[in-house]
Design a protein around this ligand. Structure first.
Ligand SMILES: [Zn+2]
Length: 488
């Protein structure tokens, strides 16, 4: 399509802007990954809360800060005076208990009685530290409760907080593994071919069925439990790609085979043989191809350990986009349009997996959802690719599968932007080389929601999200007739 001079300049401005935005997106994600690196810390599980305590290396062993260890369990008043260190700990509803130690000495006093540490007390920058190995006994003495320290994996359990799990393998086709938990859990889930890894940072998961459970099953070959760096992991191994879903309010996680990816190259359906002339003797009918249908596939970006952007310290992008995805699905249903979600729980999915799942689902339209804490309003993206004279029926190169659909994608983006405009929501149309959009063999757009105006947490405001979801759904409904239905 020839562009007028003015529109060319506009297009260039859009491309330059999107490159910046794209760089910003990647910058944010890189920061998130750096922060998730394992740190030297102790995870403490108490009946009220789970928390982490940074550890210090001293005298050839790990030490834990007394204030950091005790503060989440009651109130703490600590003072260092020269080499003398005194701390008052008051458990909820209890009386203050006194601890006294001296820097460089292993003898101290707890609740008025002599108390010998396994190594010398350490004071650094006015803060007192005790050896990690004594934290369990010390807290048991202060709270008069059972405690258990897993020293090497840096996990401390206070009271009967342990969460146990059961395993149940159903030899369906494909097989299903049910992991049952004694309390609801919310692990981050990472998948790679032949493996699903559940990582528990805040849940006091312990093994009750042995560290390794092998299975002789065509799909699921085993489950192993491990704990390290203040967390626990359950690894499910298998012979093919698998996926995990939550059920029963987080008390059950179901691991099954992932749907097989469809090849991107799509052959035209074979012509039907002529109908048999003799209809009196019913003969087996040739299998009818499935009826074409119109399905919108919504892809809430990020998930699991990939939190996306931290919209606020307690609001990750992955949660904002999942909530928005469900609203869009609801608004589409109100308009008689079927939609499904590429992820409907807090799971990590790679970009390649997203693209293969999306192409296997054969949607009439793919829509990715992102959220940002910078900027204002709603950004509507289509892929930045050279428009190609590729026929959607022919072979589509993986890296640029979207090229054949750019015109239809642009129609959808324009229609959504118009609906945003009519609802007086600030909006911007952008082009960006965003994956997995470039690999999608269907019309595709990405929508990035930023706060409307004012404070960042308004991004989670239900009325605002509803307005955005209505704009997206109405925009899709308005161009539905242009988008071909697809045989599943
Ligand atoms: Zn994002």
């Amino acid at each position: 399509m020839p562009l007028s001079g003015r529109r060319s300049r506009l297009a260039l401005a859009i491309v330059a802007g999107s490159a910046l935005l794209f760089a910003a997106l990647w910058g944010r994600h890189a920061i998130v990954h750096a922060q998730s690196a394992a740190q030297n810390q102790l995870t403490v599980y108490s009946p009220q809360t789970s928390y982490s305590v940074p550890l210090l290396d001293a005298n050839g062993q790990p030490y834990a800060g007394l204030v950091e260890l005790l503060e989440p369990l009651g109130s703490v008043d600590a003072r260092a005076d020269g080499k003398k260190y005194k701390l008052h700990f008051t458990p909820p509803g209890g009386r203050p208990l006194e601890l006294q130690f001296t820097e460089g000495k292993n003898k101290g006093k707890v609740r008025g009685n002599g108390y010998k540490l396994p190594a010398n007390f350490v004071v650094q920058n006015g803060r007192g530290y005790v050896p990690l190995s004594v934290t369990s006994a010390l807290i048991a003495k202060l709270l008069a409760t059972d405690t258990e320290l897993h020293a090497a994996p840096r996990r401390l359990f206070i009271g009967n907080v342990q969460v146990r799990y059961t395993l149940e393998l159903h030899k369906d086709n494909p097989s299903r593994l049910l992991l049952g938990f004694s309390s609801p859990v919310n692990p981050s889930i990472a998948t790679e071919p032949g493996r699903v890894r559940l990582t528990f940072r805040r849940e006091p998961i312990v093994s009750s069925v042995g560290e390794n459970v092998p299975y002789s099953d065509p799909l699921i070959t085993g489950v192993s439990f491990s704990e390290h760096d203040g967390l626990a992991e359950l690894d499910v191994t298998g012979t093919a790609p698998m996926m995990a879903n939550f059920a029963d309010g987080g008390r059950t996680i179901i691991v099954t085979g992932a749907p097989a990816p469809a090849p991107v190259a799509q052959a035209a359906p074979a012509p039907l043989p002529p109908a048999p002339a003799n209809t009196q003797n019913p003969t087996p009918q040739p299998r009818q191809p499935a009826t074409p249908r119109f399905l919108v596939l919504i892809d809430p970006a990020h998930g699991g350990s990939d939190i996306g952007a931290a919209i606020t310290p307690s609001l990750p992008e992955k949660d904002v986009v999942l909530a928005l995805a469900r609203r869009v699905q609801h608004e589409l249903a109100n308009r008689g349009i079927a939609a499904s979600l590429l992820r409907n729980s807090d799971v990590a999915i790679t970009l390649d997996q997203r693209a293969t799942s999306a192409n296997a689902a054969r949607p009439a339209l793919y829509i990715a959802l992102h959220a940002a804490n910078t900027g204002q309003g709603v950004h509507v993206f289509t892929a930045l690719l050279p428009a190609a004279n590729l026929s959607p029926q022919g072979f589509l190169p993986w890296d640029t599968a979207q090229a054949a659909y750019l015109e239809l994608s642009g129609s959808v983006a324009g229609s959504v932007a118009a609906e945003l405009e009519s609802r007086k929501l600030p909006n911007t149309r952008l082009l960006a080389p965003l994956r997995p959009m470039n690999n999608i063999a269907a019309p595709a757009i990405a929508v990035e929601i930023a706060p409307p105006a004012g404070t960042v947490d308004e991004i989670a405001n239900a009325a605002y999200q509803d307005q955005v979801a209505q704009s997206i759904a109405a925009g899709i409904a308005a161009v539905r007739a242009k988008l071909p239905e697809v045989r599943p």
